[in-house]
Design a binder for this molecule. Structure first.
Ligand SMILES: Nc1ncnc2c1ncn2[C@@H]1O[C@H](COP(=O)(O)OP(=O)(O)OP(=O)(O)O)[C@@H](O)[C@H]1O
Ligand SMILES: [Mg+2]
Length: 247
């Protein structure tokens, strides 16, 4: 699938915490249908940028638009209703509810508008997509970490987003589970959902992303295809910490 028009666009978006500029005048346009990776050293501003995109934080400056409509400063709920879902902002899976009910809650409270049998069919579709159908009756609390992570993604998907923000969904998984998550994320994208993901598991993000943006100290330092990013001197420098050594 080739990526299309700009869907989610940040222009000079900035977020300050007191004297610290956690996200510093970042410009980025996420294209419809792409898998967009976001990497950078600890404290680079990745999660803060996600929280700006999902409405958890208000920008201190700049703008964020979804299909041309300004969303910067809107509530997380309003932004979810407009079509952006995240695995972090949504409440953790309900521990005492079976898997299928967890997903149904997302369908009923999301923007699909589905009710009754149509809602049940949507739950089935999502459980199949996330390979959770055999575990539909299992309580959230009883799932393995890998399945709980898939359930978090399933709950976000249930709200029927146009854009899905995934913050470290492969973290803590073993290589087999992580490889499976990579397949599932590709499947979600192929179903028509644009994906933006933060991930420290390099193998996963390199394999999945159409483009990768690298952040360091709040700034965008590179944006390119995975193969170009892997040989970018500024990126290598940020990761090896030469700046810190040289300054
Ligand atoms: N709510 C907050 N209040 C004050 N400072 C914050 C807050 N959230 C983040 N920061 C600071 O902003 C900077 C960016 O943090 P952020 O969590 O966005 O980094 P990150 O790239 O997600 O890092 P990691 O890879 O460790 O998850 C850090 O210096 C962090 O300490
Ligand atoms: Mg983070």
């Amino acid at each position: 699938m080739t990526a299309g028009q700009p869907l989610l666009v940040a222009t000079a978006v900035t977020r300050r915490f007191g004297g610290l500029v956690a996200v510093n005048a970042v410009d980025v346009a996420i294209l419809e249908g792409e898998i967009f990776g976001l990497i950078g050293p600890n404290g680079a501003g990745k999660t803060t940028l996600f929280r700006l995109l999902s409405g958890v934080y208000r920008p201190s400056g700049g703008s964020i638009t979804l299909r041309g409509a300004e969303i910067g400063g809107r509530s997380a709920h309003a932004i979810n209703t407009m079509g952006i879902a995240t695995t972090h902002q949504i409440v953790r899976p309900f521990a005492d509810m079976p898997v299928e009910r967890n997903v149904l809650v997302g369908v009923l409270y999301g923007r699909s508008g589905l009710r009754g049998r149509a809602a049940d069919a949507e739950v089935d579709r999502i459980l199949d997509m996330m390979e959770l159908a055999p575990h539909r009756a299992t309580l959230g609390r009883s799932l393995t970490l890998a399945r709980r992570k898939r359930l978090e993604v399933a709950r976000a998907l249930a709200t029927r987003p146009e854009v899905l923000l995934l913050d470290e969904v492969a973290a803590g998984l073993n290589p087999t589970e992580s490889g499976r998550m990579v397949e599932l994320i590709r499947r979600i994208r192929d179903s028509g959902v644009t994906i933006v993901m933060v991930e420290h598991v390099m193998k996963a993000i390199m394999a999945l992303s159409d483009r990768i943006m690298v952040m360091d100290l709040g700034r965008k330092i590179a944006l390119d295809t995975p193969s170009e990013i892997a040989k970018d001197p500024a990126v290598i420098k940020a990761y090896l910490g030469e700046r810190a050594v040289g300054s």
